[in-house]
Design a binder for this molecule. Sequence first.
Ligand code: ATP
Length: 301
Amino acid sequence: RLKPRSDAVIRPDFKFEDMGVGGLDKEFTQIFRRAFASRIFPPQVISKLGISHVKGLLLYGPPGTGKTLIARKIGNMLNAKEPKIVNGPEILSKYVGSSEENIRNLFKDAEQEYKAKGDESSLHIIIFDELDSVFKQRGSRGDGTGVGDNVVNQLLAKMDGVDQLNNILVIGMTNRKDLIDNALLRPGRFEVQVEIKLPDEHGRLQILEIQTKKMRDNGMIGKDVDLKELAGMTKNFSGAEIEGLVKSASSFAINKTVNIGQGKTNLNTKDIENLRVNRQDFLNALNEVVPAFGVSEEDLK
Ligand code: ATP
């Protein structure tokens, strides 16, 4: 008889709202349905459907939009081993065969456990940042070494080769999906691909709420600050740039108190108590933090 899995794959106390990721609810729900939901059911049921678990998830989109943040949160959400986090270029070695060896090593623990237990009960996660820097279209490198090609082949072999592993999930991240070898994007490999775009106004509001939570909880934000207004003024800002904006506003607020260069760096208690980040500090910050994707005259209307 089929029983529910005794080992919870998803942490039972997990809630979307605790993720600290703003504006990506839709993307997250999609990732969850497409990449993880099947892992909650017993493997026998999944095989009756004629499907297998997703082993590769690709998050792609502009820099600073929260891809790494989501990948880490997924790691926390799943009852998995501490994720292995690798930056693409770290894998590459100038020594013959070493890069492939590095890839094999990443999968070693998962493999050994799979062999020993013969099931998928404990999940191993590998998070691969800057995937495009290593897994470029084979033959596109033009350096004649073929090292990159071997690395692509090695990852393909590990993801869906002869010795298939059901206890592994590889999360890849890239700003340039177009550069990645097509073979890696096919079913069985990085088959679930989700675009993480720049946040819209509602998303920006959520990110502003997350990034100012501490200062709001501690009463350090001025009453004149309207996060909705700021969400409207930060078109084309990524989550990372919103984080930068909040930092910059804080620095303006602090500097107002100390007035660097004005012969007043000795604070008194009042100065400390009066520290607030006000609307004007955010306006100053908006002049300082320029989004990489630019703001056109049209956007400011
Ligand atoms: P890259 O492509 O450059 O690696 P990324 O998409 O992986 O960028 P992150 O490293 O996840 O971006 O984001 C950097 C930081 O910006 C995060 O640690 C977080 O503080 C903030 N941030 C980005 N996006 C969000 C978001 N959607 N919600 C809350 N914070 C965010």
